[in-house]
Every structure is written in C-alpha cells, then in structure tokens.
Design a protein around this ligand. Structure first.
Ligand code: HEC
Length: 335
C-alpha cells in the first residue's frame, strides 16, 4: 500500500518547513479561515469602515483591488508585484512597514498572504470584513427587556386619618402590632402572619382607618374575601402578602382601588385567571406571586399584556427545579 511508502517524504518536508521557518504551502490558503482573520486582526482597524489610512480599505474585495492613494493593494497571482506584500515584508523600523505599530507579521503570516495572492486572491463575493472592535450588536438599542414599572410616590405631607390612633390601639390590644416603617416616618407596616390563624376578618376591621399602611402581611391568617373590604381603601398600600389564605377572585375584586400596589403575593390561594384580570388597572404593579393557584400561564400572559413590566411567578421556575415532580403534577395539585 501507498502508506508504506509515504512516511519518509512527509517527514522530510515537515522538517524542511520547520527549518526554513515558513508555512508548508501544499494547498491554497483558505480565505475565511486564514486570510480574513489575519486582515481583521492586523489591518482593518486602519483600513476598514472606521478609518481609511492611505485612502485604503482592505475590508472588501472591490476596495482592496481598487487600492489606496498609490493604487491597487494587490495584483492577483503576483505577490511580488503587490503593494500589500511589499509593505508587510519591510523590516521593522521602516516607516512604510505595515502594520506600522506593534510587531510585524510573522514569516508564516506573510507566506499565507503570498500564497493566497499567487493562487489568485480568491475572496468570496460579498464578504466584508468587520472591525474586531465593533461587534455587530453595537447597532442594537442600548436598553433591552421590558420597561420599568412606574414607581408610586408617597406624598411628602401626610396626615393620618382621624380615627387612626384609636384603630392602632384596638389592634394592639388584640396583639396586632402596626409599626412605623422607619423612625419618625408616618408610614406603617404590619405583619399579621405571626398571629396566624388567630387573625380573622373581624380582627383586621380597624385597618380601615390606618391609611398610612404601606405594607401588610396577611399570610396564613383566617382572613377571607369579605375581610378585604377593610383594606379596600388603603390607597398607599404598596405590598400585600396574602399567601395560604382562603382568598378567591371575589376578594381580588375588592383590591381594584389599591392604586399604589407594587407587589402582591397570592401563593396557595384559590384565585384564577379571572381574578387576576381585575388587577390590570393597577399601573404600579410590578410583581404577582400565584404559585399553586388556579392561574394558568395564559392568564399570566394576559395580565402582562396590560402591564408589560410585570413579573408573574407561577412557580414554573420552582417546578422545573424540582426534578422529581413533573410540572404536570403541580398543575393538578389542589389545596
Ligand atoms: C495603525 C494603523 C494601520 C494599520 C493597523 C495598518 N496600516 Fe496600512 N497604512 C496605515 C497608514 C497611516 C498608511 C498611509 C501611510 C503610508 O502611505 O505609508 C497605510 C498605508 C497602507 C498601504 C498603502 C496604501 C496606498 O495606496 O498608499 C498598504 C498597501 C497598507 N497600508 C497595507 C496594510 C496592511 C496589509 C495591513 C495589515 C497587515 C495594514 N496596512 C495595517 C496605517 C495602518
């Protein structure tokens, strides 16, 4: 077989290549793989779309053949007569050497360019070399993704409702603390989740007067749809947590007036797509948590259509993480 005869000549020519320090030019260099990257790395920054030093562009076949102020940069099949090869072959320190800055091209790289030109300087039609400094994405708009939700503003001057002090006292007597969100702030927050099942519609009734409330946690309490009437006019409320309660769509319908609401957690309640839709007028709403409810991805998408910045957590992320529990099973899960 031929194989038995070939080792010696191959080894010989490899050695010759190494000794002379030039590339073994058995085949015509591949423009895309060898020539283009070389021009792109070393020439295009000064001879491309951004700069045209010496009035020369080397980023397209037409421009390269047209050349610069001294004429064509290359002559196909005549590397020795090509300006481009003359320039890259000049010794370091010569003012005309290309590239003028940094290391010159290596002997291998010059050999690639020579062989490419001598083989006819093939340049596939329409190929334009882009500057390595300018990624394609640069033309894209700077900001991507959904717009930011408009942030609600709390008024600088705020006077609590006439009955607020008395209401706070009643709540405190029942063990339900409503605290200022910060020292000397008129705005208040309440976490009734700590009192859990002791908290009923009746016990939260005094909240009606606490118009300073901006955060409320009713998680795992016995509050029902009817009880939400007590918070229906708390226009400054920004964050409402009501997971693991008996809430349904009827309760959600009472929240339409909470025009400053930013976040609502309905995890583990009985709300459905229809209930979710009643929230679409809340222009500050940025996140809705509806994991383990009857809300479907379609329902979530519908609300997002009205509030494009909205983050709706349907638990899909969690379901995907829990590899033992296929998402289909999650959907069937009932309270
Ligand atoms: C840092 C900028 C820079 C880089 C990089 C650069 N050049 Fe140049 N080039 C110039 C300047 C400046 C001139 C004009 C000055 C002159 O004529 O000597 C020029 C002129 C030339 C010319 C002569 C054009 C004419 O018609 O007068 C050729 C050919 C050329 N460059 C080839 C190359 C090649 C090939 C590379 C990459 C291996 C390269 N250049 C990289 C700056 C650059």
């Amino acid at each position: 077989m031929n194989l038995l005869l070939s080792p010696t000549p191959i080894r010989y020519s490899l050695l010759a290549g190494l000794v002379v320090g030039t590339r073994l030019l058995a085949a015509e260099p591949d423009f895309q793989k060898e020539v283009l990257p070389l021009l792109q790395q070393r020439c295009i920054e000064c001879h491309g779309a951004e700069k045209q030093k010496g009035k020369l562009r080397l980023d397209s076949k037409e421009a390269t053949l047209k050349g610069g102020k001294d004429g064509p940069a290359l002559k196909a099949k005549d590397s020795a007569g090509s300006e481009l090869i003359k320039r890259v072959s000049l010794p370091a320190g010569n003012d005309d050497r290309m590239p003028p800055e940094g290391d010159g091209l290596t002997a291998d790289q010059i050999a690639v360019l020579k062989a490419w030109i001598d083989a006819g300087a093939a340049w596939p039609d329409g190929v334009v070399i882009e500057s390595k400094n300018k990624p394609k994405a640069a033309a894209a708009p700077v900001r991507q993704g959904p717009p930011q939700p408009p942030l609600p503003e709390l008024p600088k001057e705020f006077k609590p409702a006439a009955g607020e002090a008395a209401a706070l006292a009643t709540l405190a007597k029942a063990g339900l603390e409503v605290r200022p969100i910060a020292q000397n702030s008129p705005w208040r927050e309440a976490n009734f989740r700590l009192a859990g099942t002791n908290v009923t519609d009746a016990s939260i009734a005094p909240l009606k007067e606490v118009t300073s409330l901006v955060e409320l946690n009713l998680g795992a309490t016995r509050v029902t749809d009817a009880g939400l009437a007590s918070i229906a006019n708390l226009g400054y409320l920004q964050n409402l947590q009501a997971p693991l309660t008996g809430l349904t769509d009827a309760g959600l319908a009472r929240l339409k007036g909470l025009s400053n609401l930013v976040s609502i957690n309905l995890y583990g309640t009985q709300v459905t797509d229809a209930g979710l839709e009643t929230l679409k007028g809340l222009k500050h709403l940025g996140s809705v948590y509806v994991w383990q409810t009857k809300v479907t991805p379609e329902g979530a998408a519908k609300l997002k259509a009205a509030l494009p910045w909205l983050y709706v957590n349907t638990g899909a992320e969690l379901a995907a993480l829990a590899t033992n529990t296929p998402p289909a099973e999650k959907k069937e899960e009932k309270k």
